[in-house]
Design a protein around this ligand. Structure first.
Ligand SMILES: NC(=O)c1ccc[n+]([C@@H]2O[C@H](COP(=O)([O-])OP(=O)(O)OC[C@H]3O[C@@H](n4cnc5c(N)ncnc54)[C@H](OP(=O)(O)O)[C@@H]3O)[C@@H](O)[C@H]2O)c1
Length: 292
């Protein structure tokens, strides 16, 4: 049986990977409690001791503005930890699947990014994730899967925040001039499993199909959940944040389609499914009827 260590198993993507593991895979789910991956001891305890065939490394510090304010922590968690995990994979002869991000790009290309396009991050999070990619590439058998704009169960996320505010009857102001591929973790997890087990190598983009702005995502979530709310557009330049963000960085999914022979679900399907489910959960949590 193939033994797979999943790092960041308590995170938004990690918990979906654990929940959707194929039956013929033995999963070892590890998070910070099992070992801080930015230390050699943590990697020995959380990864090496299990002697995995494959490591799916999702653990990261994903707070983009937080990374800008505390670059030392970002470099430790996103770059150093990946270097140490890659070292463990080299010693074990294990395959490394590293989850990366569209934030390695600057968003200035004017078309969706292919795997071969040159990275050029515009913030600390992107720089540290790119350093993680370079570390992952030091493992002979590696796959770097870049994804984008995640939402799904288990952690706070944009779609949940939109619905929570709307159900409280609060108006929403949402960025309408930043474009990407919103990705439902429930749809992404099987793509990651496919990539991990198929043995594909190099860089591979995997995300929701289609291109959207955050404003499009909010509108689709409200429509699917049938929640009424005042939704106003704003510009990325008006949005208060510490980190610069790529304005147009959708991920081109051609390689995924060639390798897998299939097109994945659209971002709109993902937002629809998740928003319908979350609206019910939040209505119960807030103990009130929705504003419809
Ligand atoms: N979220 C997105 O929109 C997005 C978009 C593109 C790519 N990605 C990439 O996709 C991957 C998964 O993202 P996600 O949103 O699922 O992440 P997440 O929910 O923030 O989960 C990351 C997990 O890593 C753990 N972790 C942090 N520092 C650690 C350390 N030093 N040692 C061990 N574990 C540590 C976290 O534990 P604590 O919670 O206790 O800190 C958390 O459980 C990441 O690599 C991210 O860069 C995410």
């Amino acid at each position: 049986m193939t033994r797979v260590v999943i790092t960041g198993a308590g995170g938004m993507l990690g918990c979906q990977l654990v929940a959707t593991a194929p039956v013929d895979v033995e999963v070892v789910a590890v998070d910070i409690a099992e070992g801080d991956l930015s230390t050699p001891e943590g990697v020995a305890a959380a990864v090496e001791t299990h002697r995995p065939d494959i490591v799916v490394h999702t653990a990261a510090w994903t707070d983009v503005d937080g990374c800008e304010r505390d670059p030392a922590r970002a470099w430790r968690v996103n770059a150093l930890a990946t270097r140490l995990v890659a070292g463990a994979c080299r010693r074990l002869g294990a395959r490394l699947v590293y989850i990366s991000t569209d934030y390695v790009f600057d968003g200035g290309l004017g078309r969706p990014y292919a795997e071969a396009d040159a990275p050029c991050p515009v913030n600390v999070y992107g720089e540290t994730k790119l350093a993680g990619e370079l570390a992952a590439a030091s493992v002979d058998d590696h796959l770097i899967m870049r994804t984008q704009w995640l939402f799904g169960p288990g952690r706070s996320n944009f779609v949940e925040a939109v619905l929570r505010k709307a159900l409280r009857g609060e108006p929403l102001i949402v960025v309408a001039d930043q474009w990407g591929c919103p990705t439902y973790t429930v749809h992404l997890a099987p793509m990651v499993w496919r990539g991990a087990l198929a043995g594909w190598r190099g860089v591979l983009h995997a995300a929701g199909r289609g291109i959207a702005t955050w404003h499009d995502v909010a509108a689709a979530a409200l429509e699917a959940a049938e929640v009424a709310c005042k939704l106003m557009p704003c510009s990325l330049d008006e949005w208060p944040s510490s980190a610069r963000r790529p304005r147009y960085a959708p991920l081109a999914l051609n390689r995924w389609q060639e390798l897998s022979g299939s097109v994945g679900p659209t971002w709109r399907q993902g937002v629809g499914e998740y928003a319908k489910m979350m609206a019910g959960v939040l209505e119960q949590q807030l103990g009130r009827s929705p504003v419809r």
